[in-house]
Design a protein around this ligand. Structure first.
Ligand code: FAD
Length: 310
């Protein structure tokens, strides 16, 4: 990564945690350009977007935006909102799984609270025949997140998956530890600002670690959601899968973010590969939005353009 690009990323990821900017975003709403990456602020706006994506042939990973919740009462509201979302997915017969962040369920307050909340949702989803993916957040949450995932799997719940981030040095070891569970994993490069002591600082190293992670996970069994917009990594995965007689759908799928590289999303679908779109909605969209800007500096110009146009 060049110096200015990494500096821009640092500034944007720092801004994602700024309380004042988060309040302004809530005030000015989607006019800041959020609607390109966010499928509405409310469930009623999300459902028709989800129906449209299903009609086009995509499956979905639905998420309610929010993270870093600081009171137990707030986490109970989040659980109630996720129960409503799961009920809507089942009721509307949407082809969708659900993704959530453990800090949204209280991980920053108390690990046991987050686990209790998650277990309630995974059991509720199981009764509806639905699947829940636990997103991966900053590196200090990796250990408790994997611990909670294991607890649920050891309790016999199979409709739950987790995420591994290639930029962390620890990740291949985590993969090896998880493989005996035949896990359902989403594999990503990693979206947070991390210290060089725990994560590769250079993009070229992250890209290399990512293809290594995909190969090892595909070889290891279980199911892999290859979540990237990197066409080179996608083509590499397809070549590896074909050389090892691994079938898409059975062993892997592709996942991309709502609003990012839509042409590539459609192209893969047209080639016959399953593509799941991670589509989040909700009022606290600002940190998510800033992470998307940090991934591609050209997005900042796009946002400035929409603000200036009013
Ligand atoms: C479905 C899904 C779920 C994810 N879940 C997590 C998670 O739980 N935890 C986590 O840490 N990270 C998560 N991520 C984010 C991920 O870690 C990366 O930050 C992100 O995907 C960008 O990396 P890339 O793999 O697309 O490759 P890159 O090499 O960054 O990008 C490849 C190409 O896609 C384009 N591109 C990438 N991002 C954007 C964008 N925002 N706007 C426009 N173009 C873009 C680039 O310009 C480039 O041409 C998720 C990503 C996806 C797709």
């Amino acid at each position: 990564m060049s110096f200015p690009a990494s500096l821009g990323r640092t500034i944007l990821l720092g801004a994602s945690r700024n309380a004042w900017l988060n309040r302004q975003a809530a005030r000015f709403g989607m006019r800041l350009g959020g609607s390109r990456f966010v499928a509405g602020e409310r469930l009623e706006q999300f459902v028709p977007i989800a129906r449209g994506l299903n009609a086009d042939g995509f499956t979905l990973a639905a998420a309610i935006l929010g993270e870093g919740v600081t009171s137990e009462a707030e986490t109970r509201e989040v659980v109630a909102d996720y129960r409503t979302l799961l009920t809507a997915i089942a009721g509307e017969k949407l082809k969708a799984t659900v993704a959530l962040k453990l800090t949204h369920l209280g991980l920053a307050i108390d690990e046991a609270l987050a686990e209790t909340n998650l277990r309630e949702l995974v059991e509720f989803a199981s009764a509806l025949g639905l699947f829940i993916r636990i997103d991966m957040e900053e590196s200090w949450y990796v250990e408790p997140t994997l611990r909670i995932y294991r607890d649920l799997r050891n309790a016999g719940l199979t409709n739950v998956g987790v995420v591994l981030q290639a930029y962390l040095y620890r990740t291949l070891g985590d993969l090896d530890d998880l493989l005996p569970l035949q896990p359902n994993l989403r594999l990503v490069k990693g979206a947070y600002l991390e210290n060089p002591e725990v994560a590769y600082p250079r993009k070229a190293d992250v890209d290399l670690a990512y293809t290594r992670l995909i190969e090892r996970a595909l070889r290891g069994g279980g199911f892999c959601a290859i979540a990237t917009h990197d066409e080179k990594a996608i083509r590499h995965s397809l070549a590896f899968a074909s050389a090892n007689a691994l079938r898409s759908g059975e062993r892997f799928e592709f996942q991309m973010l709502y609003g990012v590289r839509p042409r590539l999303q459609r192209q893969l679908l047209a080639e016959g590969y399953p593509v799941r779109i991670a589509a989040p909605y909700g009022r606290t969209w600002f940190p998510y939005f800033m992470r998307r800007l940090a991934e591609r500096p050209a997005n900042v110009a796009f946002v400035l353009g929409s603000v200036l146009k009013g």
